[in-house]
Design a protein around this ligand. Structure first.
Ligand code: SF4
Length: 665
């Protein structure tokens, strides 16, 4: 005979919180009354009554000196208003999950949305939720009621609406209603507000009932969630609902090969224990050799405690948590923020149903029957071993910058967050560390504090080492004449420094242009990509002279090709000397107009005739390619013009001296 007690049996968080509040107030000597029974459990209600706790059905029934406790189901806005108006002291034990629904319906109905509530219309929780709506609200109990609503009000299906559920609504019924609603409503937002405690309890009840011959559901007959448990389990095996052990059917238990036990959210632990003890006695009488306690312990599985490492199987994945079967009496769950430290990771990429995970127990709550687990911390512990190894070996690790903190950044690597000081995040200064967020980096460990599980890393150390290696490789292969594509890194008055890939070379200012320039910035700017070649090398002093000018741009070659002696060309005066003026024939070539060649008349001072910037026409009188000299003459042009004018004058005079005769005359 096997007996299995559901790990989720008994008080849920919200009920436990409310009951503890009432017991505390009563224990402190306060006169307490509750708005309705604090839970749907007659035994607890009776116990409280013995302690003087009264039940009232409306704020008006509260007597002077009494403090009213609002139970976990919550109440409507109107009740709060009446309490405030009448200045009735009250303590609010509304379960936070219920308060969340109040907020949803209040916010959305205020924006004009219709509210659909899946739940029992006469349940106080549903009444409370409806009482927070500020517009039309409709409650449906099941799919048929929803379809009826759709048929009666087809116009609603086109209007903006939201759908929420009672926290204890049956999960599979919710799924059905949700599908139906989605099919018909065109502008509907659905909020899954079934309480996790409820859904876990119901899921476990299904699993347990499916494996058992007989199910015992413990709880109040007026408790909605207990009744639902009975309803669910009845679909799988013979199920009874009992309020106390007195109602146990001894024969049925003896007959069953396997018995499952679960309990509603409002069933106190002591009642479950009494049922256990009684079942134990029934079994003892049947088989003295096997005690119920032994069976119970067997069914409960391994004992959990905070810090224990366990293995668990993923049984369900919801947006907020991952449910885990760790083979213990508690239901395991991993809150999403305990899954990973990586903010970029997606849950679906990390876990899937059926996966076996290594976990660390964070917290065990025997009252709720839950165990909070962490994958993140488990991974982090394993990751820290890797960090230690990398530190000892001096190896390089990879990670992602996930946060900016005071004095540096946090890098996530091997599920461990390491600190990298601002001075170590790069090999150059970083103005705003936020620009590095989400960057992948390679780093070395500088320091480890094993006790505190902290480590300090350096990206800079890796970058520097990489650059040094690249530099060595570069010097091994560099040759004169080799061409490179580089980036202008800085400019000085005598040249431009170019990064050739970890090694800098310099283009001298005279190498930047065939023409005369005053500053390198006339040709290149910092950040420009330039094509250069190695002109000269000094490996000892690690100096590289770079060439930049191209021979096809050489102005002397252009001059040779396109110009000739005797050609008349426009030039611009660029400088004046005592013996003449230099004029630019083309960028890179200035010719000399000797003082004797400026005019046919005598010139005492060059500046009497020419000024810098003046444009004049000259004749090329000589080109010396070896000496790179060009001689220009304005006088030659003037003489030519004078000769031409003279020649013209002579021919006119000749014509004027001729006597014109005519045969006709
Ligand atoms: S069942 Fe869930 S919502 Fe209801 S009181 Fe318990 S914890 Fe709160």
């Amino acid at each position: 005979m096997k007996i299995t007690v559901a790990k989720t049996a008994g008080f849920c968080f919200g009920v436990d919180r409310a009951i503890q509040l009432v017991y505390r107030l009563a224990g402190e000597g306060e006169k307490v009354c509750t708005l309705g029974p604090i839970i749907h459990n007659p035994q607890v209600v009776e116990d409280l009554s013995k302690k003087g706790v009264r039940i009232v059905s409306a704020p008006e029934e509260v007597k002077p000196g009494e403090t009213l406790v609002i139970r976990s189901h919550g109440v409507s806005r109107d009740v709060y208003r009446r309490l405030e108006q009448e200045e009735i002291p009250y303590e609010d034990a509304t379960c936070p999950f219920v308060s969340k629904i109040h907020k949803i319906v209040s916010d959305y109905s205020e924006k004009g949305r219709i509210v659909l509530i899946a739940g029992n219309p006469s349940h106080p929780e549903v009444e409370g939720i409806a009482g927070h709506c500020k517009g039309p609200v409709y409650v449906f109990q099941d799919e048929n009621a929803l379809i009826k609503l759709i048929e009666e009000h087809p116009e609603f299906t086109k209007m903006p609406a939201i759908m929420v559920s009672q926290t204890t609504f049956q999960q599979n019924l919710w799924e059905t209603c949700r599908k139906t609603a989605k099919k018909h409503y065109t502008n509907l937002s659905i909020f899954d507000t079934i309480c996790n405690a409820t859904s876990m309890r119901q899921r476990e009840a299904v699993d347990l009932a499916a494996q058992s011959d007989y199910m015992v559901v413990i709880g109040g007959r007026n408790s909605s969630n207990t009744l639902k448990l009975k309803e669910i389990c009845s679909q799988y095996c013979n199920t009874v609902l009992i309020e106390t052990d007195v109602e146990l059917d001894r024969d049925a238990i003896r007959r069953a090969g396997s018995v499952g036990v679960t309990a509603g959210a409002s069933t106190p632990a002591y009642i479950i224990k009494e049922v256990r003890n009684t079942m134990s006695e029934i079994l003892k009488s049947q088989d003295e050799e096997v005690s119920f306690e032994e069976l119970l312990e067997q069914s409960l599985g391994e004992k959990l405690y905070a810090g224990k490492r366990v293995k668990g199987i993923v049984t369900a994945i919801s947006p907020n948590e991952i449910q885990i079967d760790v083979g213990a009496k508690q239901s395991g769950y991993i809150p999403i923020d305990e899954l990973t430290d990586d903010p970029t990771a997606k849950v679906e990429d990390l876990v899937k149903k059926g996966d076996e995970l290594e976990l660390i127990v964070m917290k065990v709550n025997d009252q709720e029957g839950t165990a909070m687990l962490s994958k993140r911390r488990c991974d982090s512990e394993a990751g820290f071993e890797e960090i230690l190894k990398a530190y000892e070996e001096g190896s390089v690790l990879e990670g992602v910058i996930v946060d900016v903190v005071r004095g540096g950044v946090l890098v996530l690597a091997n599920n461990v967050k390491l600190f990298v000081p601002a001075s170590q995040v790069s090999d150059s200064r970083v103005e705003d560390l936020h620009t590095l967020l989400k960057n992948k980096v390679r780093f070395k460990i500088l320091e480890v504090n094993e006790g505190r599980r902290r480590a300090i890393g350096s990206v800079r150390a890796v970058l520097r080492a990489e650059k040094e290696a690249a530099r060595e490789e570069f010097w091994k292969n560099i040759e004169i004449g080799q061409h490179y594509t580089g980036t202008v890194k800085s400019l000085t008055s005598y040249g431009a420094f170019v990064d050739l890939g970890g090694v800098d070379g310099m283009i001298h200012i005279t190498e930047l242009s065939w023409g005369r320039i005053k500053h390198p910035s006339e040709v290149v700017n910092v950040g420009d990509t330039v094509e250069v070649y190695v002109k000269d090398l000094d490996p000892e002093n690690k100096k590289i002279s770079l060439g930049y000018k191209k021979s096809e741009d050489n102005p002397w070659e252009i001059l040779k090709r396109d110009y000739s002696i005797g050609m008349v060309v426009p030039v611009k005066v660029v400088s004046l000397t005592q013996y003449g003026a230099f004029a630019q024939v083309m960028p890179g070539i200035d010719g000399l107009i000797h003082i004797s060649q400026i005019s046919t008349e005598r010139v005492n001072k060059v500046s009497d005739v020419l000024a810098v910037g003046q444009e004049v026409e000259v004749k090329i009188t000589d080109i010396d390619f070896d000496a790179k000299r060009v001689s220009l003459s304005m006088r030659a042009l003037e003489e030519e013009k004078q000769a031409a004018a003279q020649a013209e004058d002579t021919s006119v005079a000749d014509i004027e001296g001729v006597e014109i005769t005519s045969d006709e005359e």
